[in-house]
Design a protein around this ligand. Sequence first.
Ligand code: F3S
Length: 402
Amino acid sequence: MKLNEDQQAMLDGKYGEGAAYAMKIQVGIGECFDAERMVPIKRAHVALSNQAGDLWFAEKLVAAGAKCRVAPTVNPGWSLEFFQKGWPDLTDADIEHMQRTDNAYRTLGAVLSYNCTPYVATNVPNFGEVCAFSESSAPPYVNSVWGARTNRESANSALCAAVTGCVPEYGLLLDENRKGDIVVHVEADMKSAYEYHCLGMMGDKIGEGLPVFVGLPKVITPEALRNFGAQLNTSGAYGMYHIVGFTPEAPDLETALGGKKPKHEVVITDKDLKDFAEKFSDENDGKIDFAMFGCPHFTLEETKYIAEHLEGKKLAVPMYILVSSHAAQMADRMGLTKVLNDAGADVVPDSCPDQPVWHFLKGKTGVTESPKCAYYPRRRGLKFVLRDLDGCIEAALTGEVK
Ligand code: F3S
């Protein structure tokens, strides 16, 4: 790889051991992918996960004196402020771990946003802008909805990019790799953001490549696009997709495919989505113990939608709505939090379902609209039934899924 003078100086240690270490990792990645050079970035998002390996890496950079040239936004861990208000089952070790995560990223100079949907509000790139985004829902949104350019960075490679201020130029940063090669005909009825979760989970059927979707509605909400990218990247490692007539680099099918023939075509029907949802739910007897939403984080609009449906009612089981701290504050100011709290729901900022704070739900069965939410906490002993958002709200009001 050719490095410019400043990049070479960084690799040689002129800016300290931490920056040299980050640059060494990025040069290694670049060489793996035959990148010819490094290109500058002004924007990054780190999928900080508050897991042990992630913390080990961040603290290693801190110990080596690294500082971010580009302050990245970061993913949720769990909210120290919210959960330390008398929440059950938190151990000293859990608290210490989250505090260390908080301290490490603060010292590195990250924006402590603790939100996994930065691309809708706090960290929004321009068309064509090169950036370094990790977090499953982020690269598909950034590449496909905004037309900006990022590879599917890991938490660690995105953090290195934030430290060095550049990324190796390969993969989705290059025009030739942004053309579709699979055509997906959607015949399913895409009624709400929930169907986009399920469509995104069709990775097995779609196969390996860059999918081009045809047959989707003309108007698609940010929430649906968030769900779509989150599940596509989870089910099939797709860092980008096209929707013909909707996404910026797909004004028509021919342009989306770069003038080539697709390597194969796939049809997705209502039955595919229904079969998936049925198979994905854990075994259950129809009773649920809680409801959880916001994986990826719910928007203020979704929070408002739930508040409108719960006003003056009482939930049969607890409900947790995971959001950014920005959405949480707006919900407070708008009186939505009070409505939700009165009904028995919590608006939880800065937090993710895949965290130790949910220990107290071990062995219990929840209802959610998100396959990711149902999947990750399984390793912590939580079980989930999948329904659309209206079905989940109804289930939380009655304590039973239909
Ligand atoms: Fe976000 Fe955690 Fe889900 S980072 S997408 S809430 S697994």
